[in-house]
Design a protein around this ligand. Structure first.
Ligand SMILES: *[C@@H]1O[C@H](CO)[C@@H](O)[C@H](O)[C@H]1NC(C)=O
Ligand SMILES: *[C@@H]1O[C@H](CO)[C@@H](O)[C@H](O)[C@H]1NC(C)=O
Ligand SMILES: *[C@@H]1O[C@H](CO)[C@@H](O)[C@H](O)[C@H]1NC(C)=O
Ligand SMILES: *[C@@H]1O[C@H](CO)[C@@H](O)[C@H](O)[C@H]1NC(C)=O
Length: 697
């Protein structure tokens, strides 16, 4: 009988995508100078403005060095204003004080974080599509590059690039674009070619064409396809390895926005949370939003701990990772006949041969378990090593063990992986980063969850299949897991919606994805509410196409929000407006941003009554009547005024007030609820979260 082991990892001839925990790195050193990003906000609307001389001029004012232009690393000048330069501490301090500077922050490195997944989401061959219109959608992929010869990117049947496309194919040495990959740029290495696999994987997940008969050594055999197979891809390579320099990420945003992409997908992030004016992805995505471009970003792989989500800006769609119904399992038959089942992909059958197990601590000399350099090759040869941590498989492989397991039951037989059907609701992966949002608690992050476990998609044939240097297998399609894989699924849904609703704002698309999300499975108790792992829930593309109502948020709303967290002088530079901030009382706090979810901190053990004001826009039927339905847990009451919203026309807006009130909630207790507007056809759902703290927000 099969029994689920705690966690089992077998590496012998198997693939395991090790989730790299990203660490903030020091700024790149150049003697006593380091590379810093100097963010100057929006581009002046002045025709004669010359960004390059402006940037050098600013540098000249702070540097003692005679040739300021030698210090300039790159200029951002197409979609926003700023530059990267090599600075000393004194120069950095002087720059930071200049009135035309929004922020100065070190250029650090961020990390990278089949497709049955789309069918699982309800996409199948019968789906309503208009390939001609879809082929006008351009997805910008900021990643490790792309393998242009992959079958997933064949342009057979594609016409020339859409007229609105203003980008180029500058893929470098031996890199040719086609009518599928219409643009390529690289900011690292000598070409836009993907040598890691990650970029080809994400690009094919969002917009790869259907490729039949794809599998990984016979597993999960089927058709690999992207969410919008007729859409075009523009690739921006910013990572040459696992590391992606932030000054390059900003350069990619600067270009992608000006090139005319419709959606940006970026499966890159950091583990630390930084303020918006020092977060290159928040900055890039903000200027993308100004041009009507929605950015989808991975939540991060730092779960399951709370407060680990680092993608927190309200104008970004932040995506958590969940499992799909196809579960790839490995069985290990133990000496006593018990079978352990774990998640891993092991493509080789060891023909029923049994191998002895040895515990890492019994096979290591001085140090403990399977730590680097600890295992004794003589003791593990021909055996499967039991390690306490998955990372131990690297050491086990290094010393030549047959396999590695992270369980503590002895003697095992490794069977070839099987594919089973998992009937539970999509479960958020344990690695997926969790809320709460550490800067704006009232904006629930992640926003959504999408498939990100065991995703089969295009790969780079020159990249190793596992992170182990000794693995010499090469494949065209491979399995990867991570929020990196979930992010392009969400971007694919946004790109799917776009041609049906060409005039929708990024916020409207994001709202429709969030309010139509389905249930997801994750920890859900009074300390770790489910919304911290899956936000509004599991993405549902078919419903997202027709949400009924949307919560619009304009650039002005975001600017008013920025006014409550940054100095007005900085908001002026970012927005390009002379008087961006309203009078003190009109500034909006994050709670009052017209966001499709609602959260608030209240004082514990004290009676409370908090009002949220929201406005919804009718995008369903002209004449429609929506009724409010609330679902709540003990501890809080909810009142919605008015209870009924009657619309007479399309695009009509209606405002309502939602009040959460109650007597007293114990400290550190979080109560979840939800609001659903229904007209009989549509269900427009928003999660609500009330947290009892020792301060109120
Ligand atoms: C270009 O790259 C492809 C893929 O690696 C390779 O097969 C081909 O030989 C290369 N061509 C040249 C001229 O280097
Ligand atoms: C398993 O057995 C088959 C046929 O008996 C053989 O071809 C294959 O090499 C064996 N595999 C291993 C890993 O021993
Ligand atoms: C969530 O997952 C657990 C454990 O796998 C399962 O018992 C439960 O039924 C699932 N819940 C739903 C709603 O599918
Ligand atoms: C919502 O509350 C505000 C402030 O309390 C009030 O001015 C407004 O009229 C209310 N709106 C509705 C629809 O009740």
């Amino acid at each position: 009988m099969a029994q689920r082991g705690d966690l089992l990892v077998s590496y012998a001839m198997s693939i395991i995508f090790i989730l790299v925990v990203s660490l903030p790195c020091e700024a790149v050193d150049h003697g006593d100078r380091k590379t810093y990003i100097v963010y100057l906000g929006t581009l002046p609307k002045d025709d004669v403005f010359s960004p390059l001389s402006h940037h050098i001029g600013i540098l000249e004012r702070v540097t003692e060095s005679s040739s300021a232009s030698n210090l300039l690393v790159r200029s951002y000048k197409r979609s926003f204003n700023g530059f990267a330069a090599k600075l000393t501490d004194r120069e950095r301090e002087r720059l930071a004080k200049m009135k035309e500077v929004v922020s100065v922050f070190p250029s650090t490195t961020y990390k990278l974080q089949t497709t049955r997944s789309w069918e699982f989401l309800g996409f199948n061959e019968k789906l309503k599509r208009n390939p001609t219109v879809e082929s006008n959608v351009i997805v910008g992929v900021i990643d490790t590059g792309i393998w242009p010869e992959s079958e997933s990117f064949s342009d057979e049947g594609f016409g020339p690039a859409p007229k609105k496309w203003k980008g180029v194919c500058k893929g470098g040495k031996n890199f040719t674009c086609n009518n599928k990959i219409i643009g390529a740029r690289f900011y690292v290495g000598s070409s836009a070619r993907d040598e890691i696999g990650h970029g080809s994987h994400t690009a094919s997940t969002v917009a790869g064409i259907p490729v039949k008969g794809v599998s990984f050594y016979g597993l999960a055999h089927g058709t690999a396809t992207g969410g919008v197979p007729s859409a075009r891809i523009a690739e921006y390579k910013v990572c040459g390895s696992n590391e992606c320099a932030t000054d390059k990420i900003l350069a990619a945003f600067d270009d992608a926005i000006a090139d005319g992409v419709d959606i940006i997908t970026i499966s890159i992030g950091d583990s630390i949370v930084v303020p918006f004016d020092q977060d290159p992805i928040a900055i890039g995505a903000f200027h993308a939003l100004e041009k009507g471009i929605l950015t989808s970003q991975s939540a991060g792989n730092d779960g399951p701990y709370m407060g680990t989500v680092s993608s927190i800006a309200p104008w970004i769609l932040t995506v958590a990772a969940s499992s799909i119904d196809r579960h790839i399992i490995d069985k290990v038959v133990l000496g006593n006949g018990r079978t352990l089942v774990g998640n891993s992909v092991n493509a080789f059958d060891l023909n029923g041969t049994s191998f002895p197990l040895i515990e890492g601590k019994d096979a290591s000399s001085e140090c403990g378990d399977c730590d680097e350099g600890c295992l004794d090759p003589n003791l593990v040869k021909g055996k499967i090593v039991v390690c306490r941590w998955p990372i131990g498989i690297i050491e086990a492989r290094r010393v030549g063990a047959i396999g590695a397991v992270t369980d503590s039951k002895p003697r095992a037989k490794l069977l070839k992986s099987e594919v089973i059907k998992d009937l539970a609701a999509p479960t958020v992966a344990s690695f997926s980063s969790r809320g709460p949002n550490r800067i704006l608690f009232e904006i629930i992050k992640p926003d959504i969850t999408a498939p990100g476990v065991d995703i089969l998609a295009a790969y780079s044939p020159v990249a190793p299949v596992t992170e182990s240097f000794e693995d010499r297998r090469h494949v065209k399609y491979s399995f990867l897991s991570g929020t990196s894989m979930a992010c392009p699924h969400a971007a694919g849904v946004a790109a799917y919606i776009k041609p049906f609703h060409p005039n929708w704002s990024p916020a409207a698309i994001k709202s429709s994805i969030m309010t139509t999300a389905g249930p997801a499975n994750g920890t859900d108790d009074s300390y770790t509410p489910g919304v911290f792992s899956y936000g509004s829930g599991q993405i549902n593309p078919l419903k997202a196409l027709n949400p009924g109502l949307v919560y619009e948020t304009s650039k002005d709303d975001y600017i008013k929000l920025l006014c409550s967290i940054l100095d007005e002088s900085k908001v002026r530079l970012i927005s390009g407006e002379k008087r961006p901030c309203p009078a003190k009382n009109d500034k909006i706090s994050a709670k009052d941003l017209n966001y499709p979810s609602m959260a608030v901190n209240i004082l514990a053990e004290t009676s409370f009554s908090i009002q949220f004001q929201r406005t919804v826009k009718n995008v369903g039927h002209a004449n429609s009547i929506y009724k409010a339905k609330t679902i709540s847990k003990p501890g809080i009451n909810i009142k919605v005024v008015p209870q009924v919203l009657s619309f007479k026309s399309l695009n009509e807006k209606k405002t309502f007030n939602l009040t959460v009130f109650g007597r007293s909630i114990p400290l550190l207790t979080r109560v979840s609820a939800s609001l659903v507007w229904t007209d009989g056809t549509h269900s427009v759902r928003s999660p609500i979260l009330v947290s009892a703290t020792n301060y109120s927000s």
